[in-house]
Design a protein. Structure first.
Length: 192
């Protein structure tokens, strides 16, 4: 399954398991960010991207122990180095926070408190008809809305697991329960 995807910045240490999970250990000082506040551009994070044909819904389970500033893992959709979204848990302000960064030329950053186990969570990302819908789950059954945003329409996207450690190396992340399908056509506040 993971062999169908291509790495952007393949980590030095990663492996797959018979249960179809993927384990990654982050390399030193990896990140995705463009300009806002800090003034720098980083495109060195680990991203395993699956090519889509048009719109999609992608879903993944993430297990990691976040404890250093900016430790992060989750999901990413990418058109190019200037147009992408990354989302997941990111360690900041002394705790793991649910986080998303939407980049269209420059990056924004939205965070919030996570009501659940930040070391074990799910993300669902749908892109369809120029709209990006990001949801999360604490148990894999109910899916509250995390973000709704415009996102460019394209004939194809690259989507998949993402992780970074801007301040260190060695965050162990396990990705599992990966799925990629046609866009789910559910109402905005349908939590299933």
């Amino acid at each position: 399954m993971w062999q169908a995807a291509k790495w952007l910045n393949k980590p030095s240490l990663c492996q797959t398991y018979p249960d179809h999970s993927l384990e990654v250990f982050t390399d030193l000082q990896t990140d995705f960010w463009r300009e806002t506040h800090y003034g720098f551009v980083r495109d060195s994070g680990h991203f395993l991207g699956f090519e889509t044909t048009g719109g999609f819904t992608a879903q993944v389970r993430i297990n990691a122990e976040f404890h250093e500033l900016y430790d992060q893992a989750g999901i990413m959709v990418r058109l190019n180095e200037q147009t992408w979204l990354k989302a997941g848990i990111e360690y900041n302000d002394g705790r793991p926070m649910i986080s998303s960064v939407l980049t269209q030329g420059k990056s924004d950053w939205a965070t919030g408190c996570f009501a659940g186990d930040p070391n074990d969570f799910w993300l669902r990302l749908t892109v369809s008809d120029g709209v990006l819908r990001l949801q999360y789950s604490t148990e894999g059954m109910t899916w509250p809305l995390l973000r709704l945003a415009p996102f460019p329409e394209a004939q194809s996207y690259t989507v998949g697991p993402m992780c970074c450690t801007p301040q260190r190396q060695g965050l162990r992340v396990r990705f599992s329960e990966w799925s990629l399908s046609q866009p789910l056509g559910r109402d905005l506040h349908d939590l299933s």
